[in-house]
Design a protein around this ligand. Structure first.
Ligand code: B3K
Ligand code: ZN
Length: 864
């Protein structure tokens, strides 16, 4: 990378309001694979007194003509990624025609042709790959869009309402769309293809009828009802919980196979990765069903939090993403199990987010410096962003939080605003001072809390001393306002009333100082304290809770989340002790507690399944500065075998007793979750029934069961593994989404030939380097979940990923950058491994034509 070609960073502190506004844009597309014509007519005004040039963004465009107020105009300069137009009047009509090439656009950003359909992705800065524009979120315009195409593209779609359609003399046809809501360019969408359509409708709380349409590839209609039901549930939930109603006459979702992310919230025309839409019981697992419901909800909820009120600049991304993730989490929790949803969210935080926050890509939820915006659609902006919203919700309570939301919309509907504007609405509506709290927006890293407990028998007081520390990698962070929720349990497991200074105290303590003491009165015996109940703040808590107390919390905490949390702590402590001593042996107390869970099966079966799982590799890894890869895997295997052998009869019994009715009800889902867990452990035993149980499950017509059996045999290196995988390939080769599950299983096989097996799969007829789903299924699963083979001592695993990144750098830089993640923590491995990972990073740094996406992360990784 020469100094001159180094990509330039943008800084939040440099934000300037645009000097021009675009009120309206009329777009006319004539679609053709290699040469699509885009004609854009924009009504533009100056917004200040300066005589500034108009700087339009444009990438990979061929400029054909430019007119100002209907006259040819040549007072402009064309640079690499800017069109600079000089000496413009106060207000004017700018007409531009340019050509683009959708067929060779493999970046899946801008307008691209794949799988036989034209499709767009504009967030964050993809619109500039379509036409010259002020491609920034604070320029809001109304859009009229005319699409002209060959009639084989039966559906021509864009945002808003269809206002005209017809045939042209040359045999093509056209459709014209009008979006009545002003929007930034990142919410523009266009789709042209030949689809099957599921149509439905929804009547809003105010009685308006909204047309719903779901467009999928031909032959996929049977896989659409779940997404449609999810959409209707989302619409109803947003009315009931947030008093927000849909605003257009039609809501469209299109599912496409080639897509970089899960989905995109374009106004009135969501575009989805087909993986996040298509499901039936035969092809999709219960987890897929849950993910689909949550993503359909997420995109729908963006209609208000993102579209009606959008971001002033991309540094404010968490304004819409953190808030919308919080909303989709609440949606899932209101509709399903709150505890299980919380467990899922916290797993993401404690593994991926904490690791990002401690590594070279650490950034606040409102980043201050960005080279490639696509690199900031991170677990920090999304998931930690949602935790920050959740903390405000905890501090304000539901009622005041909703008043804050109402004030936010009252003040900012139709505007592009900042995170500060959001917090101001919350604070003004509730009267709660959030000044110190706002530091969560500007400080990276995970805060640490030391908690000491002291019981004073004589005075019957219990004191919690809490001290907050800045994260190691952010030593200058200022003190945060941390909502720290607790529960105190007596020896019978009863929750004790909290009293401080003779006043009842609610369960959320406001930690705002460096050290703080909370003295609880009237405590007649040493209590067991449940700390950071429900993960009330994204912090790491250092505590020395004994195994006996953790078992007590597991049994009695009022929060199911905290019961699981105690179990995770207990296992983590045991595993760490085993790694330290070299002796992997779970205590009888723990094994008996697990046996009770399986035998009694009290409460939510899906929660019991969670309580029986060991912490993941990532959870354990987070405990170490230098990750003891081999030890973690060895202890995990040893503990799992021990559990499997100790509980064999209970597991077989539990598996046989539970009846799966094959439905999608919450009860059936929970039954399957526990049965699968039994099978997972049983595959590690020699019980005589195991092979037939596995075969039966693998041949089930229900994908949850089938996949559970396959993943159990893969993880256990079971003798049935190859046979079952071959059968699965033969059965599902026609269905690429199901084949992704198969690629993932193949990638997770821990075998000496893993590397060559994966390379051989690159030639499998279903594999395609241009398709992000395929690449992630195969190589992503390998680098994230096949720990032993990815981290092979000979560096072959790293070489495989390095080779892929070099290839993807040219095909799809966004996907390459995402796939790079495992290398970001290269410093946390032993000397040999970290040197081998670093060599791959250096290889990328030296690559000619390294994309901005990879450059930013590689540079950060190497300089850290
Ligand atoms: N807003 C999109 C993500 C866009 C990612 C751009 N690289 C999906 C979502 O968060 O809903
Ligand atoms: Zn989103």
């Amino acid at each position: 990378m020469s100094a001159t070609s180094k990509p330039q960073a943008q800084y939040l502190k440099d934000y300037q309001a645009p000097q021009f506004s675009i009120q309206h844009i009329d777009l006319r597309f004539e679609l053709a694979p290699l040469k699509t014509s885009v004609q854009s007519t924009m009504t533009i005004n100056r917004t200040d007194e300066s005589n500034a040039d108009l700087l339009l963004d444009g990438v990979d465009l061929t400029l054909i003509s430019l007119m100002v107020d209907d006259k040819a105009y040549d007072d402009y300069t064309l640079e690499d990624e800017k069109l600079i137009i000089h000496n413009l009047p106060e207000s004017f009509i700018l007409k531009i025609e340019n050509h683009i090439d959708p067929q060779t656009n493999t970046s899946l950003e801008g307008l691209y042709l794949s799988g036989g359909a034209y499709c767009t992705q504009c967030e964050a800065e993809g619109f500039r790959k379509i036409t010259y524009y002020l491609d920034r979120p604070d320029v809001l315009a109304s859009f009229d869009v005319t699409i002209i195409a060959d009639k084989k593209y039966t559906h021509l779609l864009s945002n808003g309402n269809q206002i005209e359609s017809g045939n042209l003399d040359d045999g093509r046809h056209f459709v014209k769309w009008q979006d009545p809501f002003k929007k930034p360019s990142y919410l523009f969408a266009l789709v042209a293809g030949d689809f099957d359509v599921l149509r439905d409708h929804y009547t809003t709380q105010s009685g308006r009828k909204v047309e719903l349409a779901l467009f999928v590839d031909k032959g996929n209609l049977s896989k659409t009802p779940h997404a449609m039901t999810s959409l209707k549930k989302s619409m109803q939930w947003d009315e009931e919980r947030f008093n927000l109603e849909y605003d257009l006459d039609i809501y469209m979702i299109v599912a496409v196979d080639f897509f970089n992310m899960g989905a995109m919230e374009n106004k009135g025309l969501n575009i989805f990765n087909s993986k996040c839409v298509l499901a039936n019981q035969e092809t999709a697992t219960d987890k897929d069903y849950h993910t689909i419901e949550s993503i359909v909800g997420h995109e729908y909820f963006h209609n208000w939090t993102g579209n009606r009120v959008t971001c002033r600049d991309w540094f404010q991304l968490s304004l819409k993403e953190g808030l919308t993730v919080f909303r989709d989490q609440e949606f899932s929790s209101d509709l399903g199990s709150r505890a299980l949803n919380r467990i899922d969210a916290v797993k993401v935080m404690r593994t991926h987010q904490f690791s990002e926050d401690a590594g070279p890509m650490a950034h606040p939820i409102r980043p201050e410096k960005v080279i490639e915006m696509n690199n900031f659609y991170t677990v920090t902006v999304y998931d930690k962003g949602a935790e920050v919203i959740r903390m405000m919700h905890t501090l304000l309570g539901e009622e005041k939080f909703q008043q804050g939301m109402a004030l936010y919309f009252e003040r900012h509907d139709g505007q592009a605003v900042t995170c500060d504007d959001f917090v101001a609405a919350m604070s003004d509506a509730s009267g709660i001072d959030l000044t110190q709290f706002k530091r969560w927006y500007s400080q990276a890293g995970t805060p640490k809390l030391n908690v000491e407990q002291a019981y004073d028998e004589q005075n019957q007081t219990f004191t919690l001393s809490i001290e907050q520390f800045a994260p190691d990698n952010q030593p200058n962070n200022a003190l945060l306002h941390i909502p720290f929720a607790i529960e105190l349990l007596d020896s019978d497991g009863q929750s004790l009333p909290l009293v401080i200074d003779n006043q009842p105290q609610d369960s959320v303590l406001n930690v705002t100082e460096k050290t703080q003491q909370f003295v609880f009165e009237g405590i007649k015996q040493r209590p067991v304290a449940v700390l950071l109940e429900d993960f009330s703040a994204p912090c790491i808590v250092n505590q020395n809770t004994s195994a006996a107390d953790l078992l007590h919390i597991m049994r009695f905490a009022r929060s199911d989340f905290s019961r699981w949390d105690a179990q995770q702590r207990l296992f983590t402590n045991e595993m760490k002790a085993a790694i330290a001593s070299g002796e992997a042996c779970l205590s009888d107390d723990i094994l008996s507690a697990l046996k009770l869970l399986v035998d009694n099966r009290e409460g939510d079966l899906a929660l019991i399944a969670e309580l029986l799982k060991l912490p993941s590799y990532d959870t354990l890894a987070a405990e170490y500065a230098v990750i003891p890869v081999d030890d973690i895997i060895a202890v995990q295997n040893a503990f799992e075998s021990q559990i499997a052998n100790f509980l064999t009869e209970s597991l077989v019994n539990c598996y046989n007793v539970l009846e799966d009715d094959g439905s999608t009800s919450a009860t059936a889902v929970a039954v399957r979750a526990l049965k699968q867990l039994c099978l997972y452990y049983l595959a590690k035993t020699n019980h005589s029934d195991v092979n037939s149980l596995i075969r039966e499950s693998a041949h089930s017509n229900n994908m949850t069961n089938a996949l559970a059996a396959l993943s159990a045999v893969v993880k256990a290196n079971h003798s049935l593994c190859d046979t079952l995988l071959t059968e699965f390939d033969a059965k599902w080769r026609h269905d690429v989404l199901v084949m992704d599950k198969w690629f993932a299983l193949q990638a997770m096989k821990d075998s000496a030939t893993s590397i060559s097996d994966i390379k051989a799969l690159y030639d499998h007829p279903s594999f395609d380097f241009g398709n992000p789903n395929r690449v992630r299924a195969l190589v992503g699963s390998f680098s994230h979940f096949n720990i032993t083979q990815f981290h092979r001592a000979d560096g072959e695993g790293y070489q495989l990923l390095g080779d892929l990144l070099v290839k993807l750098n040219d095909i799809n830089p966004q996907n390459a950058s995402r796939m790079l993640t495992p290398f970001m923590s290269w410093k946390r491995y032993d000397e040999n491994r970290s040197a081998a990972m670093k060599a791959q990073l250096q290889r990328l740094a030296d690559l000619d034509g390294l994309s901005d996406d990879l450059f930013e992360k590689v540079e950060k990784a190497l300089e850290s």
